[in-house]
Design a protein around this ligand. Sequence first.
Ligand code: OXD
Ligand code: MN
Length: 602
Amino acid sequence: MIKSNGRATTSSLLMNWVEEMAALCLPDDIVWIDGSIEQRDELRKEACRTGEIVELNQEKLPGCYYHRTHPLDVARAEDKTFICCRKQSDAGATNNWKAPEEAYAEAANYFRASMRGRTMYVVPFSMGPVGSPFSKTGVELTDSIYVVLNMLIMCHVGQEVLDTLGNSNDFTRCLHSRATLDPEKRLIMHFPEDNAIWSVNSGYGGNVLLGKKCLALRLASWMAHQEGWLAEHMLILGVEEPDGHVEYVAAAFPSACGKTNLAMLIPAEGLKSKGYRIWTVGDDIAWIRPDTDGRLWAVNPETGFFGVAPGTNSASNRNAMLTATKETIFTNVVLAKDGTVWWEDGDGDPPLEATDWLGREWHPGKMDDKGNVILGAQPNSRFTAPVSQCPSISFRREHHHGVPISAFIFGGRRNSLAPLVYEAMSWNHGVFVGASMASERTSAQYGKQGEVRRDPFAMLPFCGYNMADYFKHWINMGRVVKNPPRVFHVNWFRRDKDNNFLWPGYGENLRVLEWILQRSRGEGRADKTPIGYVPANTALDMTGLHLPKGTMKELLNVDPDAWLREADDVETFFDTLGPRLPWELRNELEALRHRCGESKNR
Ligand code: OXD
Ligand code: MN
């Protein structure tokens, strides 16, 4: 019954699994995705015919398409996301857990006959360059052409992957069906012991592009723990210094905190004229391994960006805007009558004649019955675009061994408390800084916006195993690597008493990166504070940027009382993580308290 266009596979393991899943989902047809342009074009046509996607103005946006998700399916569903391993303690306190047998049985009820009248697409994919020692292979079965088209952008897909896989059993079995899109029956389930992912009743990217969050973070973090590497929610960028030397950093920020913007940073004028340039390696995920040179090396396992549209414009991220001008899929943004797209805080004026993300007639300033402005684009609307189109893309992005990491940077949105930048005092202190990260909630997650939540390493929704074990793994990493990167924390979002941002952000953030790299080389002047090292007076290069007097002091201020309160809050959070919390982190907490106390008594 398998309609395999071209050679497809000779692997009986893969064939058997596809047949077994087909027997459950009962598709009318099975189509193997070979990665060819011809097949992609046919899929685009078919999806336009059914209305799954809309062709955009091909003159203005060549190769671009538009898609709307179900109105109740616009973000990752954290409460429907489960780690299904044999022992609940291995999933830990921060994950929802189900026993594997129960999980399969429950989801099977939703998958049963879910593809009747539909086609099942078989998508072989590689996260990471095909054949690289860093890479992992997966095969996603899905009944959504939108998913296939996104996967074709987000990772290596097609025959080449099957050829590399051969008869090996070493691939992640990913099953996805939109089924009825019923939010009550939505399940995103990970089976780390079986190397499998089952996702049903969603069509939103983060829940259904199974190579991304599900494989490249949740399952990969489980594998990385066992195999001695790190799978992280981090951007990777290279800073080219005026002498042409490039150094790479990896940075973790919670969702929608400007990771994509930082990854594609365009230097502020003052620094550009000195010869600085930024090279983008990745904007969301980093796979990091120790190498024989005693350093950590990282790859971006993805080939596309799945970026948040609102707020992206030529001022905030010109490189992203230039990336998304062709071969891009836009999801849940405003669709203008002339076949172009628009979103809030994007470029240009809003279109006068358009439909909003819900498909309703929309015009700028449209209000609801209560007089509230109706947004045209869903706040978590997205663009899916190939990284190869990004003007700042690094020529080393496909390098089999990745790039060497000189510094880790953690961050989040904090209105107060955290200074613009500080450096951890040691590797273990750095792990503590990552473990105690916190941020305000954003539109990428359901829940109350603006609320501060702990998000260790920006991995709270993505760590596929016990978070306490994950912390210990990080601590151990510092022991196995001869030259571990130094660790820093940044906060671009500190506000003054009138609630204004103190730091201009964007291209100016390079000033902070410059100091970070200087410190990593053992240069750069710093002052010791109870929480770590902050730039000494005039240590940040401020060429071309004039902040009001006193602003820098406010940006770098460390208030020991506020940090003592923070320490209590961190302890409360640590207490929720169970008995496996590494003692090293309790030591760091006590050391922080001690330093704050000392500094108060001084
Ligand atoms: C993302 C996320 O989509 O972190 O990258 O939610
Ligand atoms: Mn992310």
